[in-house]
Design a protein around this ligand. Structure first.
Ligand code: ATP
Ligand code: MG
Length: 492
């Protein structure tokens, strides 16, 4: 290892030095002179300290003695949003106002609008302090060099995954970025959310209880497929039939090829007969009409899904409110449904969002979607979660996939897709996952042992962050692991 490599390691906090305290990082004569000139009578205060460390910290740090990034009153008003022109939230107090379609502003304008507020490239999300130091570690959320804004979170029950997600949702809301949580876990019911989180977000936290109102999408809708920038065509019957077949197949893995084929054929017939008036009840009728054994088996499995009828096919709904409402957290709450029905709704909602974002998404318009307990979702080749992880970046998707375990819960394909997330956060794992995770953290044998021991000893509220951080020139360093004490909500 040459001197430069040793220095880099010291400065990146890899050795047990506190990078900020190194003379190398403290000594910035030009900046000190500058700040003394500007503030001749004032002692060195927070802002100057920040600029000193800005010029020198690797990984680049917010300064301020390791506290999270200081928000001075002049620079960033405490927490202010644009008043929405009109309420287009999912909840909608007035029935007629709830699902208004409004395409008045185009994507370019929206990008500019949000950029004016908080330039995306400057958005950094504080995670916590690098353990043993007072240095803040950031998710470099807005950095254009970041490969994608996806996040994978794993860790066994009760270690702080959902708490951590709430911290991140709040941090993004502060920057005016809205997020969506599809909750099939009951973990985001108001009664389950952290008091601090609810208090901070106030009215910017919106719950949509699907059981109470049904969800205003039609799974049989023909979406628009974009072949090239100016060539858009409508899906044909087979696209819709394939999607319905895949979603139902993922909910009922016991359905065989023949049964799935019966579903496919029934949807094909339904689409040609009813077009977009097709619905789940009609699907049941068509399968009964078919009368074959596979069709009968399919119906018997799907009865509950169909009886619950969770979709409202009549509403004229689109997702444009997501781009208009700044700094909100929308929770699509699926409490009260059985896991099968929850999964079906989630998969169809994700498909609907996928197609919406294909047209209206933009890589500079981040769109965080939280999928906690993601092992319950479909990660097959043609599932929306896979699409989000593999292709979603270009359309702004920031998929947050949280799971208690990887082994056993996912196929190897799904695990490699999850590994595609540029940032991975590990909470205390199950015993049998420790060595696999450590292998993902480092190639080096000796270091791997160290990380195994760190993983074993993680406490609640601590995590290992694996991802790229910023160096003192603003450049992203290659990803590597950091042991982090997560900042609690009260300090955010
Ligand atoms: N960083 C933290 N600071 C303070 N309290 C925390 C922190 N992390 C977690 N907690 C508390 O620990 C409890 C468990 O955390 P949480 O619900 O986030 O776990 P989880 O990993 O999501 O578990 P599960 O997989 O069972 O959903 C919560 O009551 C939460 O308030
Ligand atoms: Mg949880």
């Amino acid at each position: 290892m040459d001197n430069q490599q040793i220095l880099d390691k010291m400065l990146s906090g890899f050795m047990d030095f506190i990078p900020e305290k190194l003379l190398y990082n403290q000594y910035a004569p030009e900046q000190i002179k500058e700040s003394l000139r500007e503030n001749a009578v004032q002692p060195l205060v927070r802002d100057e300290m920040e600029s000193v460390s800005d010029a020198s910290g690797i990984p680049e740090n917010g300064g301020n003695d390791g506290q999270k990034e200081p928000v001075s009153n002049e620079e960033a008003p405490p927490f202010k949003y644009d008043e929405p022109d009109h309420h287009i939230g999912l909840v909608g107090e007035k029935e007629n106002d709830s699902y208004i379609l409004d395409n008045s502003s185009n994507d370019e304008e929206l990008t500019k609008k949000s950029a004016a507020k908080s330039p995306l490239s400057e958005i950094r999300i504080p995670i916590g302090a690098i353990s043993g130091s007072n240095q803040t570690l950031y998710w470099e959320f807005g950095n254009p060099q970041l490969a994608n804004r996806h996040l994978s979170i794993t860790g066994r029950s009760g270690q702080g995954k959902t708490y951590f997600i709430q911290c991140l949702l709040w941090e993004l809301a502060k920057h005016g970025i809205s997020s969506i949580v599809i909750d099939y876990t009951d973990g985001y019911k108001k009664s389950q959310l952290e008091e601090e989180f609810k208090a901070k977000l106030g009215a910017n936290l919106e719950q949509f209880i699907v059981l109470a109102k049904k969800f205003p999408i039609n799974p049989f809708k023909r979406n628009q497929k974009i072949l090239d920038e100016d060539i858009v065509i409508l899906e044909d019957d087979s696209d819709v039939a394939e999607r319905i077949k895949n979603v139902i197949g993922s909910i009922y893995p016991s359905l065989g090829i023949q049964q799935l084929n019966a579903i496919y054929q029934a949807v094909m017939r339904g689409m040609s007969r009813y077009d977009e008036k097709m619905n789940l009840q009609l699907l049941r009728e068509l399968l009964e009409e078919d009368g074959s054994n596979p069709a009968k088996t399919a119906v018997s499995q799907m009865n509950l899904l169909i009886d619950k009828n969770p979709f409202d096919y009549e509403k004229n709904f689109d997702w444009s409110f997501l781009e208009k409402e700044k700094g909100k957290v929308f929770i699509i709450q699926l409490t009260g449904y059985s896991p099968d029905v929850q999964k079906m709704i989630t998969e169809f909602v994700l498909w609907d969002l996928w197609y919406y974002k294909l047209q209206h998404g933009n890589k500079n318009l981040p769109f965080p979607v939280v999928l906690d307990e993601a092992q319950r979702l479909d990660f097959g080749n043609d599932a929306p979660s896979s699409k989000i992880l593999v292709e979603g970046r270009k359309f702004g998707w920031s998929g947050w996939f949280s799971t208690q375990f990887l082994k056993g819960g996912f196929s190897s394909d799904a695990i490699s897709r999850l590994q595609n997330a540029a940032v991975k956060v590990y909470f205390a794992p199950m015993e049998n996952e420790i060595s696999t995770i450590a292998e993902n953290l480092t190639q080096n044998n000796a270091e791997r042992k160290e990380w195994e021991s760190k993983l074993k000893n993680l406490r609640k509220g601590q995590c290992i962050f694996y991802g790229p951080v910023r160096d003192r020139n603003g450049k992203l360093l290659p990803p590597r692991p950091y042991l982090v004490d997560i900042y609690p909500l009260e300090e955010r």
